[in-house]
Design a protein around this ligand. Structure first.
Ligand SMILES: Nc1nc2c(c(=O)[nH]1)N[C@H]1C(S)=C(S)[C@@H](COP(=O)(O)O)O[C@H]1N2
Ligand SMILES: [Mo]
Length: 262
């Protein structure tokens, strides 16, 4: 089975397996009630078998950039939202935040902005919110439906004032996989998408640690690995070439497609 969804399947598959063999996996075999195994379904075949994730050109040929991902009903919500990747980061800074209930945690908004921000959880919760029930699709071959509540990223970006030279938003995370901090990035048009939210609630409860507490990104037109958990900062940049491996994300630096459209 293809477990990464990229054009360059063989190499990436081997890279992924080598990487996972290095000892950071562990939840891959877990399947919880309500999360569907997608192998064999039309979605899995179309997204993962042939061309990999939708490219920017392919996605924009099908729908405009601001088209909404499908939203579901409460009856569709999985009893447990399957966690994946980091699920309980041992990083010292993160442990300290857990120990005091994220009271000192702040989301930094920095880089190419007019007004850098440091936002507490209380400040984020006081901002306008959006609630959406959507399906998360992981390239490892499973999906899960959950209800997310959070602040539209657009609102935070408007508060900070995006400079004209900014082209991408980089999401900096607090967890380390193998030897590197997790990070992700997206285009401004994806950041301003109405369903792009900084989520602090899952299924009417505070975001669990396993799913990225205290704050994680939801980019509903993108694959699972684009949904950055354990957020520390949002950075506006004109290029991500100088960050870590230069490919725009932790998994992208290890061969995954950057656009990651669904
Ligand atoms: N910081 C961070 N974000 C992450 C990951 C991770 O390991 N660390 N894993 C990614 C992957 S591959 C998936 S499928 C989803 C899993 O989200 P969940 O744990 O809520 O299911 O988070 C994504 N975001
Ligand atoms: Mo994933």
């Amino acid at each position: 089975m293809n477990d990464h969804g990229d054009n360059d399947r063989g190499d990436n598959d081997r890279g992924r397996r080598r990487f996972l063999a290095g000892g950071i996996a562990g939840t891959g075999a877990l399947l919880l009630a309500g999360c569907d195994k997608l192998a064999g379904t039309p979605w899995f075949s179309s997204v993962l078998d042939q061309a990999g994730p939708l490219t920017e050109a392919a996605q924009s040929a099908i729908t405009p950039a601001n088209a909404l991902a499908r939203e579901y009903t409460r009856a569709d919500i999985a009893p447990v939202f399957r966690p994946n990747g980091s699920i309980d980061p041992p990083d010292a800074v993160y442990r300290a935040h857990v120990a005091n209930g994220f009271a000192d945690w702040r989301l930094a908004v920095r880089g190419l902005v007019e007004r850098p921000l440091q936002l507490s959880l209380a400040e984020l919760r006081a901002m306008p919110s959006r609630t959406q029930i959507t399906r998360h699709d992981c390239v490892e071959g499973w999906s899960c439906i959950g209800q997310w509540k959070g602040v539209p990223l657009e609102h935070v970006l408007q508060q900070a004032g995006v400079k004209p030279s900014a082209r991408f938003v980089v999401f900096r995370c607090m967890d380390t996989l193998a030897d590197a901090k997790y990070y992700e990035s997206c285009r401004l048009v994806d950041a301003f998408h109405p369903q792009s939210i900084l989520a602090y609630e899952l299924n009417d409860a505070p975001l669990p640690i396993a799913n990225g507490a205290p704050l994680r990104m939801r980019l509903e037109r993108k694959l699972g690995y684009k949904q950055a958990k354990y957020l520390a900062a949002i950075e506006l940049v004109d290029s991500y070439a100088g960050i870590d491996g230069g490919k725009g994300g932790f998994w992208e630096d290890r061969g995954y497609d950057w656009f990651g459209g669904i």
